[in-house]
Design a protein around this ligand. Structure first.
Ligand SMILES: Nc1nc2c(ncn2[C@@H]2O[C@H](COP(=O)(O)OP(=O)(O)OP(=O)(O)O)[C@@H](O)[C@H]2O)c(=O)[nH]1
Length: 366
């Protein structure tokens, strides 16, 4: 029976099961009937053969129905298993036609809901996304981008990263199956990417933003200043005689000192849009949106006052017995004839002037 079932299944695959069964039925019914009609045939034997053949045909039809039901059950189980996975999955056959996918895929791409259909080609799905302008990196060169994407899909390679409409990040892995099909798995990696971005823009020693973050924020704040016509201020802060501090207390104590200064500076700004970064070495920078020169001066003064109150010992300082720093302040409303970097340069020039005129003080832009 097993063999019969296997043969039926094989025939089904080739879409030959029903024609074969029809032929069998014809022979089973026709031959006994012919025997019945032949002169001299024993009517009892012919009837028995006819009934046996009929029984076989009914049994085979039953087995076929069972096999079909089993196929439906297995497909349903496969779909349930795909939906239970913590990733979105799509399976394409050797002709790159979609043969299975899960709920998660539809949730990630809600705009594609109508396009995900069994039999849809990968190319048609990508074209739907392109037509809706959902692939920013393809903008302006959609056809060329599509060709590259389809070509790359044929070669096993590193996973892709993609950011979707709601800001989530996905890692897309496409695995080739021995049958020639492709399984695409999308895993959410938003936390990992955000952590990576945070680390890339954080100063390892102090936990403040680093120079890279400052440069990014400066550009954003400068554009905002130009758009709204509001001033943007920059305060450069540099610890005085820090070389002597290191020489006297050692580098590890120097690191601790920089961490304390960082914490103190962070405590001196209150608005969420304010940014405090380590600019490099013992130099820090405050970026203060919607803040004019006088307000920025007040913030710088607060920083100096707080440091004085903190009374961090600096026995080797030629100035005082406690740590001090100097600050340079600049503020501007962004305009077409002024680059963002010039704000920093002016604050830096003011800082230089504060150093030149005795340290432990604030100097304003000239
Ligand atoms: N401990 C420690 N020291 C650092 C770090 N980055 C820079 N420095 C030290 O900071 C010191 C800066 O020295 P200078 O540029 O001469 O400045 P200064 O001694 O503060 O003198 P003025 O700025 O002119 O008041 C150097 O000795 C650097 O080694 C750091 O991450 N940790």
């Amino acid at each position: 029976m097993k063999q019969a079932l296997a043969s039926i299944a094989a025939l089904r695959r080739k879409r030959l099961a029903w024609p074969a069964l029809g032929l069998l039925a014809l022979l089973s019914l026709g031959l006994p009937a012919a025997a019945w009609l032949l002169p001299g045939a024993h009517a009892g034997w012919s009837l028995a053969a006819w009934l046996c053949s009929l029984g076989f045909v009914l049994l085979a039809a039953h087995e076929l129905r069972q096999a079909r039901r089993r196929v439906v059950e297995i497909r349903q189980m496969l779909n349930e298993a795909l939906d239970a996975l913590p990733a979105s999955v799509e399976i394409f056959d050797a002709q790159d036609r979609l043969i299975a996918y899960n709920q998660q895929l539809q949730e990630i791409y809600p705009h594609m809901r109508g396009a995900f259909k069994r039999g849809a080609t990968f190319e048609s799905l990508v074209r739907t996304s392109l037509a809706q302008g959902r692939v920013p990196e393809a903008s302006g060169r959609e056809e060329a981008w599509l060709r590259e994407r389809l070509q790359a899909r044929r070669i096993p390679r590193e996973p892709l990263l993609q950011q979707v409409h709601d800001g989530r990040w996905l890692r897309i892995q496409e695995r080739h199956m021995p049958s020639g099909g492709i399984v695409g798995v999308r895993t959410e990696v938003t936390d990992m990417i955000l952590e990576h971005q945070r680390l890339a823009s954080t100063d390892g020693l102090t936990g403040l933003g680093n120079r890279r973050l400052f440069d990014e924020r400066l550009q954003q704040a400068w554009q905002r200043s130009a758009r709204l016509g509001l001033p943007l201020a920059c305060v450069m802060v540099d610890v005085d005689h820090f070389k002597q501090y290191n020489d006297h207390y050692g580098h590890v104590a120097g690191d601790d000192c920089l961490r304390r200064v960082a914490q103190l500076l962070r405590g001196c700004v209150s608005r969420p849009a304010d940014t405090v970064c380590r600019y490099g070495g013992e130099e820090f920078v405050l970026l203060l949106p919607d803040c004019d020169l006088q307000q920025a001066r007040n913030v710088a003064q607060r920083c100096l006052d707080e440091l004085r109150l903190a009374a961090i010992a600096h026995a080797a300082s030629p100035l005082h017995r406690n740590l001090s720093f100097s600050a340079g302040v600049a503020a501007h409303v962004a305009g077409p004839d002024l680059a963002a970097q010039s704000l920093v340069e002016q604050a830096d020039a003011a800082l230089y002037s504060a150093k030149q005129t005795g340290r432990a003080r604030i100097a304003m832009q000239v």
